[in-house]
Design a protein around this ligand. Structure first.
Ligand code: CA
Length: 106
């Protein structure tokens, strides 16, 4: 499924520099393994409005997060953006329990 989607996106990119139907990917939220924006970290990016699983490497492991921009990102307890959630902005959260499994960029 993921592989087919990737091939489709690559195919569109080859045909057109700016396919009208594809929403641009945006920079989402900067997440950290430790509290206070420290330790191993990564950016979670994607399409606005779409729910993404954080991946097995970050599941239930994020302890702080911030967008570092005017963007706002939801962090969800379950992989399919259900359960509890918090909304992260530029200033972010310094201490999140180990429960984040998915995100959605607003
Ligand atoms: Ca979780």
């Amino acid at each position: 499924m993921t592989m087919m989607a990737t091939v489709a996106v690559l195919g569109m990119a080859a045909l057109s520099a700016a396919p009208a139907s594809a929403a641009p990917q945006v920079r989402g939220v900067h997440v950290y393994d430790y509290t206070d924006f420290e330790g191993p970290n990564t950016w979670l990016n994607g399409n606005v409005g779409q729910c993404y699983y954080v991946g097995s490497g970050w599941n239930d492991r994020i302890n702080s997060a911030r967008t570092e921009s005017s963007r706002v990102v939801e962090l969800w307890d379950n992989h399919d953006c259900t359960g509890g959630a918090i909304v992260v902005d530029r200033s972010g959260y310094r201490s999140i329990g180990n429960w984040v499994s998915a995100y959605r960029i607003r």
